[in-house]
Design a protein around this ligand. Structure first.
Ligand SMILES: Nc1ncnc2c1ncn2[C@@H]1O[C@H](COP(=O)(O)OP(=O)(O)O)[C@@H](O)[C@H]1O
Ligand SMILES: [Mg+2]
Length: 366
């Protein structure tokens, strides 16, 4: 029979729970990560991301539930028995070994005869060939992180886990490495599970993002879909910005629900609302809102506010607008015209949006 290390296929978590004493860090998670996909686990600090990865790696055993790859049940097996490798934020390279020997270390220990050749191949993949003879201390942080990646890839794992691997890098290098990691994943075709608390990082890199909150997966899907149609208040606010208001659904108008948000009537496409009566949290993304001096005709979705701040950002202008409800909305207008509308703090403006861009989620959930 093939061992755990030979397991191939989709990674699945089945009703996985992890408790520490009476604290539940991971709460009954069901997850399917398709083989060969770039999967991001996104959530705030403390939501259970690392604990989830550790259970996939075998560094932690679930209190309940099972972890499988393809038809193989990995639950209870040891880390070294699993076809899984992890890259951490800290590089943990051996300081006294050269870069090549660091990368060849795993295959050599397993007495694989082509260890050196495989190390060179992995270094090539992360574009570090020219540094093979150096020691870790002679490399920058970003370069050491590439070596750490090569050291994991050289084992040809079925699943590569990345636990905030770019967390220690400065912003520019981080952006570069995001593009690099994506290229490498496409090239090797392995399943990558990338843990991050940075929503932009998750959205730019992953085929699928799972948004995690308090030990649970709140929503999972392609980034553009999660951004367009969040299903919970948490996802609406964690993945990008949202202009929101709590309202009461008062009726319908064709395919739309009509809600009263503190005196303002708003419409939400019925199939874009998670709730169809009672209280609703109405939301619309900043770039979907148009700012104008005059009330637009016939839109049916407009509200008057007062400009609080105007920031010219080059590609766009960002407006903060105080709403009658007491909240402040954010709006982005692309700078398509040579002369943008001249607005200043204190000016009255009308905000409009297409109701097909609005969404509704449960109001009281966190
Ligand atoms: N070994 C442990 N003992 C007790 N509590 C733990 C242990 N490991 C993690 N936790 C707790 O579980 C929660 C989730 O932690 P973690 O998975 O590291 O979160 P994240 O990686 O999302 O920041 C945190 O509240 C953390 O304090
Ligand atoms: Mg963590």
């Amino acid at each position: 029979m093939a061992g755990f290390r030979e397991a191939r296929g989709d990674l699945e978590l089945h009703n996985v729970t992890k408790s520490f004493g009476d604290f539940t860090a991971v709460d009954d998670i069901d997850l399917l990560v398709p083989r060969g996909s770039f999967f991001a686990l996104l959530g705030p600090s403390g939501c259970g991301k690392t604990t989830t990865l550790r259970m996939v790696a075998g560094l932690e055993q679930p209190t309940a539930g099972r972890v499988t790859i393809g038809d193989t049940d990995l639950t209870g097996s040891r880390p070294y028995e699993r076809p899984v490798n992890t890259v951490f934020q800290s590089y943990a390279l051996f300081p006294h070994l050269t870069i090549r020997d660091n990368v060849a270390f795993g295959p050599k220990r397993r007495k694989e005869k082509d260890a050196a050749a495989r190390a060179d191949e992995a270094l090539e993949l992360v574009q570090m060939t020219q540094f093979a003879g150096r020691k870790p201390a002679q490399l920058s942080g970003g370069q050491q992180q590439r070596v750490a990646l090569a050291r994991a890839l050289v084992n040809h794992p079925e699943v590569l886990l990345l636990d905030e691997p770019l967390g220690a890098l400065d912003l520019k290098l981080r952006r570069e490495m995001q593009v690099e990691l994506k290229r490498i994943q496409t090239e090797v075709g392995l399943t990558f599970i990338h843990v991050t608390h940075d929503q932009e990082e998750a959205m730019t890199m992953a085929d699928t993002v799972a948004v995690m909150n308090r030990g649970r997966i709140e929503q999972l899907g392609p980034p553009a879909l999660l951004y367009d149609l969040p299903r919970t208040r948490f996802v609406a606010n964690f993945l990008g910005q949202a202009n929101t208001g709590v309202g009461t659904i008062e009726g319908t108008d064709g395919d739309h629900l009509v809600a009263d948000v503190l005196g303002t009537k708003v419409r939400i496409a019925r199939d874009r609302s998670q709730v169809h009566d009672g209280e609703v949290l109405f939301g619309v993304r900043p770039e979907k809102v148009t700012v104008s001096r005059k009330q637009p005709d016939g839109a049916g979705n407009d509200v008057k506010g007062v400009v609080r701040d105007v920031s010219f950002l080059g590609v766009a202008t960002s407006y903060l607008v105080d709403m009658p409800s007491g909240t402040t909305w954010s709006c982005y207008e692309q700078n398509l015209d040579v002369e943008p509308i001249d607005l200043r703090p204190g000016d009255e403006v009308w905000l409009t949006w297409n109701p097909g861009h609005a969404f509704g989620v449960e109001a009281d959930a966190q």
